[in-house]
Design a protein around this ligand. Structure first.
Ligand code: AVJ
Length: 328
């Protein structure tokens, strides 16, 4: 029998709302390009929409990441000989992780700690993975680095920590912030610990823009849900019909950007934040960046942050990489 999912909640709901409110106000008061942090795309509705995105024919990322783990999980875990505990940054739905946990559970009992700011994602991840023999799961509802520090503190003498960052979420950071994030993860690790990093790779622009602007409009709904979430949680009055979803590739930054473009001049009030602002016709709110990498570049990013590369696996169908790094 699977035991009930356990979740250690780090931030009480009220504080989370206050943080959301202040991040929204800061992003929407920018003098130039207005923006909203992409992490807020993933409330319960957003996470469910993202699961649909993952099965869209246009969105090859998650299937590529999954294929790589299905094929190479045994090879990947073999490179970590000692007893391993697993922490995952962004549990997602847990599907990809299954392959790694099963490969590890063939040789040892596994403690698996998914870390996610979304309690619904954690919940689904635990349902998906709780029945694997010899794997026990404790979820952390917290920011990545806070969760990781807690997991590192629980680790026992002689255990190696394997940190999974499988969602290719590193791509949401600007390149310098991505470097910084890898360094911060590194600082929670000890020599011999490892990081498995998933990254989407550069590919022809039409395929990329279609991946972020699918014909069924699911990504558009995913993007607009951020405004709906502000309406729900902060008593905003965004009219979603007055926005277009925009996905565009920036050649010099090598990233897909998602924006919400105002169709008209409009005034918006967010009552719980005590905030009112204006959008011009055609003005956009920037909601997400998704950086695309060169395989060598990924290895160099790791090296700059204090890791050495222990292996890299690339999908042939949809260019995508899993790169294993050792701390040290
Ligand atoms: C979950 C961050 C990897 O950037 O491709 C999917 C999110 N945004 N479609 C990505 C996303 C639009 C996704 N990540």
């Amino acid at each position: 029998m699977a035991s009930a999912p356990r979740i250690a909640r780090a931030i009480p709901a009220l504080e989370a709302i206050a943080q959301f409110s202040s991040d929204v106000v800061v992003g929407l008061s920018q003098p130039g390009q207005k923006e909203l942090p992409s992490k807020y795309l993933y409330d319960e509705v957003g996470s469910a929409l993202f699961d649909v995105i993952c099965v869209l024919p246009e969105y090859g990322l998650s299937r590529a990441g999954m294929r790589l783990l299905e094929r190479h999980a045994a090879d990947i875990v073999e490179r970590m000989p000692g007893p391993v505990v697993v922490a995952e940054l962004g549990s997602g739905s847990g599907q990809k992780t299954r392959w790694l946990l099963e490969a590890l559970a063939r040789r040892q009992r596994v403690n698996y700690y998914p870390i996610d700011i979304s309690s619904s994602a954690l919940f689904r991840c635990q349902l998906e993975l709780s029945h694997i023999d010899l794997v026990s799961i404790v979820g952390f509802e917290s920011a990545y680095l806070d969760g990781l520090r807690e997991v590192a503190a629980r680790r026992r003498e002689g255990e190696q920590l394997l940190v999974l960052f499988l969602g290719s979420t590193i791509g949401n950071f600007d390149r310098p912030a991505g470097d910084q994030f890898l360094r911060e993860v590194r600082s929670t690790l000890c020599e011999g610990d490892a990081l498995l990093l998933a990254t989407d790779l550069e590919k022809p622009v039409p395929a990329l823009t279609l991946a972020y602007d699918d014909s069924a409009g699911v990504t558009a709904a995913f993007n607009k849900n951020l405004l709906a979430r502000i309406n729900r949680e902060l008593d905003g009055d965004f009219d979603l019909t007055k926005f277009d979803h925009v996905a565009r590739y920036d050649e010099s930054e090598r990233r897909v950007e998602m924006h919400l473009r105002s169709k008209v001049w409009q005034r918006i009030t967010i009552r719980k934040a005590g905030f009112r602002f204006y959008l011009r016709e055609g003005e956009t709110i920037w909601t997400e960046s998704s950086h695309k990498y060169d395989p060598q570049e990924v290895i160099q990013m790791g090296e700059r942050a204090g890791y050495r590369c222990a292996g890299q696996w690339i999908d042939g169908e949809w260019p995508f990489a899993q790169t294993l790094f050792f701390a040290g």
